[in-house]
Design a protein. Structure first.
Length: 104
């Protein structure tokens, strides 16, 4: 499965910001758990991959997409995290995912 390689590419692409590599800290995001029902981040996805807890590319795609959706849902459009999520989503959709036939 190419998911590990794709996740590494996403993490590397976000290395300047590191917004998406770990769970959102409650102290940094007031009310996050009231707005976001299913948190997702690249570190958690990595741990799930290593534990074989992801059932194929469709589930991987869902979890990665959730990272972007959550960031855009919680943060207003002009916020740097929202903007970074949109840019990384384009990288994922038009680079990593398409290249590795992870289309749903």
């Amino acid at each position: 499965m190419e998911c590990k390689r794709i996740l590494a590419a996403l993490t590397d692409h976000d290395k300047d910001n590191e917004f998406f590599n770990a769970p959102v800290a409650a102290s940094c995001a007031p009310g996050y758990s009231n707005i976001i029902n299913e948190p997702s981040d690249f570190g958690t996805i990595q741990a799930k991959l290593e534990a074989n807890e992801i059932d194929g590319p469709e589930e991987f795609h869902r979890l990665v997409s959730l990272v972007f959706t959550n960031a855009c849902t919680y943060n207003p459009p002009d916020h740097e995290v929202h903007q970074a999520a949109l840019k990384l989503q384009v990288f994922y959709e038009h680079g990593c995912r398409k290249e590795d036939n992870l289309e749903s």
